[in-house]
Write a new protein. Structure first.
Length: 397
């Protein structure tokens, strides 16, 4: 394998579903040796969620490339002992069990770090390891709801709405990854590992930006605005004559002048209702009505060409089929084929990270359940055939 950013870094991934596994996948894309430890019967829960292709779910394949799979019975004393041995060889352990689960297995950080002082334990959870809500079960939607993100999302005057993608899960995964990399750098300086934590609740909360200050300082509750930008006007989806949606944002003075000129209405910036940032926000309904009327007299291609020519930010609202065929994404290699354990391949989003010297890459597909148990135990722990058979006989593998 060519040189990667995280060559020689060993990661033990005990997590399931999205946030933990996606953190492990990012580390794997960057070159770490990521071993996914799964239950013997059925593997992690993500293997049973959503559409299946040749015995594997697309859900699982979306967060588990660049990993190897080792099966282990966490409840078995011999399995717990083997987990401690593996953790002693790891640089990073990722877990997203309910708080206290790892400790009940005899694998708390105090135990693991005693044998491996440089170990970095990445703990991903819904609400954290302590606090009044620590024991609450949590999925992405619950975090969106309780963090306030859902209250800000949805049509104006309508019901609160989940995001179309799992924003709390994926942002937690990225925060966990950032923290793990920072902990590696700290260990480089100090020789000591540490516990790092990312929660769905905290991650979702981090996206509220000014809403917290508005509530604390002014006692206001931000309204749901649908597709309107919360700060800039005009910024909305407009429909074309050929029945396509286009998102246009021209909230600053420069872009608004360009938009007005492109629409053949250069007088708009001199109108008191639209002359300033604050005036446009105050009269957004009237402004959007003007743009909407202009757009409905033109086809989408004409609108896009006209506005792109003068530098006004605007893009069509793409279907997923449009995204798959997007030539820009093809040019950047942002959709890649990952090998399927049963043969062939499955298209998935590529890493969003670009690096000039040590770029992330797909070097193996998502693993078949337990396919690498024997190899990992030999490479990480030096377990030979005789010892492997002895361990296997206990029923923990």
């Amino acid at each position: 394998m060519q040189n990667k950013s995280l060559n020689n870094i060993k990661v033990l991934d005990l997590s399931r579903y999205i946030a933990g596994p996606f953190c492990g996948q990012v580390l794997g894309d960057l070159g770490a040796d990521v071993v996914k430890v799964e239950r013997i019967e059925g593997g992690e829960e993500g293997r049973r969620v959503g559409e299946m292709v040749d015995g594997e779910t697309l859900f699982f394949m979306g967060a588990n490339r660049n990993k190897r799979s080792l099966t282990l019975d966490f409840r078995h004393p011999e399995g717990q002992a083997l987990l401690r041995r593996l953790a002693a060889q790891a640089d990073i352990v990722i877990e997203n069990f309910r708080p206290g689960t790892l400790e009940k297995m005899g694998c708390g950080y105090d135990v693991l770090s005693a044998a491996n002082p440089g170990l970095i334990l990445v703990r991903v959870s819904g609400f954290g390891q302590e606090g009044p809500m620590a024991s609450h079960p949590c999925f992405d939607g619950a975090a969106q709801a309780h963090s306030g993100v859902m209250a800000l999302t949805g049509p104006a005057g309508g019901a609160p709405t989940m995001s179309g993608v799992f924003v709390a899960d994926y942002s937690s995964a990225l925060y966990a990854t950032i923290a793990a990399l920072a902990a590696l750098q700290s260990r480089h300086d100090t020789g000591k590992g540490q516990v790092v934590e990312a929660t769905l609740m905290d991650s979702a909360l981090s996206m509220l930006t000014t809403a917290i200050a508005e509530s604390k300082l002014f006692g206001t509750e931000p309204a749901r605005l649908g597709n309107r930008d919360r700060y800039l006007s005009p910024s909305h989806c407009f429909k074309s004559r050929d029945d396509k949606w286009i998102y246009v944002v021209a909230g600053n003075d420069h872009h608004f002048v360009k938009l007005s000129e492109a629409m053949g209405m250069p007088e708009l910036p001199a109108d008191d209702r639209f002359a300033t940032f604050f005036a446009r926000n105050a009269h957004v309904d009237a402004l959007e009505a003007i743009i909407d009327a202009w757009g409905r007299e033109r086809d989408a291609a004409d609108i896009l060409q006209t506005l792109h020519a003068v530098g006004v930010p605007c893009e069509p609202v793409a279907s997923i089929a449009d995204v798959v065929d997007n030539p820009h994404l093809a040019h950047r290699g942002q959709i890649v084929e990952v090998p399927h354990p049963a043969g062939g391949s499955v298209p998935v989003p590529a890493s969003a990270i670009k690096m000039s010297a040590t770029p992330p890459a797909v070097h193996r597909g998502p693993p078949a359940l337990g396919a690498d148990t024997r190899a990992v135990l030999a490479e990480w722990l030096g377990i030979d055939d005789a010892e492997f058979r002895e361990i296997e006989a206990t029923g923990c593998l």
